[in-house]
Ligand binder design. Structure first.
Ligand SMILES: Cc1ncc(COP(=O)(O)O)c(C=O)c1O
Length: 452
């Protein structure tokens, strides 16, 4: 093996890239055992520490897997076409430093607690948990969730009001279809919002109208002149600007919804993480009759878990459940029971509390590292910061400089947050990097931003 020693990147980076390229090209196939670090270091005439660090980095990125005592091997999922020529899916981009928005720290997933909860779920699951169940979800989970949501988020719900989904994405699909079936045609969305959410609403046949967003959150008074049957909002922390919907706008919004018979879809995607100021209660707690509230485990646990919930006004409940049955009948019963166990034993509350501190420290580290000349929004809560920029070219330049360093960031234009793309900005997701990579991710971010 010849390591690329050039480019001033250092031996370790050269060795990492050589190995990545060998795996990418199929020269090193899945399952290949790599030489022990000592032997490879001797062969290449470099220090053993350099090899150990390079192996460690590639294990973290998923190219290699390492097990104590059995050496380091090329990971099963790493190489395209590596198991005998059949076509494989393209590998997703792997960032050396992941600071993309909306992703929690994967290295902090409570594996032990989840495993214990799952074991307990298997041990106590009644036989009916292995059959088809209610589209509404397991009563065990809805009971625990109703109590958690009342004590931690100030919701006004009972187990009967809740529907278990596979995340907010599905909650929105179900609401979009239900509203379309009840005759709603026009839905208002925030001018800066997730492209996927707009796509879901349009796919259900809705026409979208954007309302503006400022430092007090969505400009809900604009709804008065729009003939919309529903509005999708992120009131706790506007995504992606980070603004909180003001108290006056909350009251005006609910008055509007009551008087029009309209539905407010409340996306409480990261309401658990507020660092400064008092926690803000959801709209649902003010008027459960007009608010369809969606929550998720995607930020508190991990998006891969695929568990969320929807509290729906009573008159829509049957229709939403019918949509859920048509979509996939119900969420996986054993995961529901495991999550119920995590809630029942207060392990979920404890995890959320620990993660809140963890992310607050990370937010402070990023704020300290960002050049004081840059304006930063949205630090009081959530998992992202927004650096608004005047010039779309500047957004593109920062994202491309970051990409060259292996640093993944979000962009208002690049990620399609606005239609038309008239606001630029870089979004820094400070939760996404695993613990071992965070400090270097922040250094890389500071250096990329400092060069602009
Ligand atoms: C604004 C917003 N809402 C909701 C979600 C969560 O969706 P899900 O629960 O389907 O993972 C995300 C995740 O990125 C988000 O950014």
């Amino acid at each position: 093996m010849d390591i690329d020693r050039g480019g001033g990147r250092g031996l370790r980076a050269g060795l990492e890239e050589t190995l990545r390229e060998a795996i990418r090209s199929g020269r090193l196939v899945a399952g290949t055992r790599l030489p022990p670090s000592r032997a490879l270091a001797r062969d290449l005439g470099i220090s053993r520490g350099t090899v150990v660090q390079a192996y460690g980095q590639l294990v973290a990125e998923g190219w290699l897997s390492g097990q104590r005592g059995s050496g380091t091997v090329v990971a099963r999922t790493a190489a395209p076409g590596s198991s005998g020529g059949e076509r494989r899916e393209a590998m997703p981009t792997r960032w050396r430093f992941d600071m993309r928005p909306g992703r929690p720290d994967p290295s902090s997933f409570p594996r032990g607690e989840w495993l214990r909860a799952l074991k307990q779920a298997f041990a106590i699951a009644p036989d009916d948990a292995f059959g088809y169940g209610s589209p509404q979800g397991r009563l065990e989970l809805r009971t625990e969730l109703a109590s958690y949501l009342a004590r931690a988020r100030g919701l006004r719900v009972t187990a009967g009001d809740l529907l278990v989904t596979t995340g907010f994405t599905q909650s929105l699909v179900l609401m979009a279809r239900t509203l379309a079936a009840t005759g709603v045609r026009r839905v208002a969305v925030e001018a800066q919002s997730m492209a996927l959410h707009r796509e879901i609403l349009r796919a259900a046949g809705h026409e979208l109208v954007a309302i503006g967003v400022d430092a007090d959150g969505a400009r809900t008074h604009e709804l008065e002149s729009i003939d919309a049957g529903a509005v999708l909002l992120t009131p706790n922390r506007q995504h992606p600007t980070g603004a909180t919907l003001s108290a006056a706008r909350r009251l005006q919004l609910l008055r509007w919804a009551r008087s029009r018979g309209a539905i407010v879809i409340e996306d409480d995607y990261d309401g658990e993480f507020r660092y400064d100021g008092r926690p803000i209660g959801p709209l649902q707690g003010l008027d459960p009759g007009v608010v369809a509230y969606g929550g998720t485990t995607s930020k508190t646990l991990a998006p891969g878990v695929r568990l969320g919930w929807l509290a729906v006004p009573g008159d829509l409940r049957e229709a939403v459940m019918a949509e859920k049955r048509r979509a996939d009948w119900h969420a996986g019963a054993l995961d529901q029971l495991a999550f119920a166990e995590l809630l029942r034993t207060n392990k979920y509350d404890g995890h959320v509390r620990r993660m809140r501190l963890h992310y607050q420290r990370r937010r402070d580290a990023v704020l300290a590292a960002v050049h004081p000349g840059l304006r930063v929004l949205g630090g009081a809560a959530g998992l992202n910061l927004l650096i608004p920029l005047e010039d779309p070219l500047q957004e593109a330049a920062i994202l491309s400089a970051a990409r060259l360093e292996g640093l993944g960031l979000g962009g208002l234009i690049a990620d399609g947050f606005c239609e038309p793309p008239d606001s630029a900005g870089v979004i820094v997701g400070y939760a996404a990097a695993p613990r071992h990579a965070f400090d270097r991710a922040v250094e890389t971010l500071a250096s990329v931003l400092g060069r602009q």
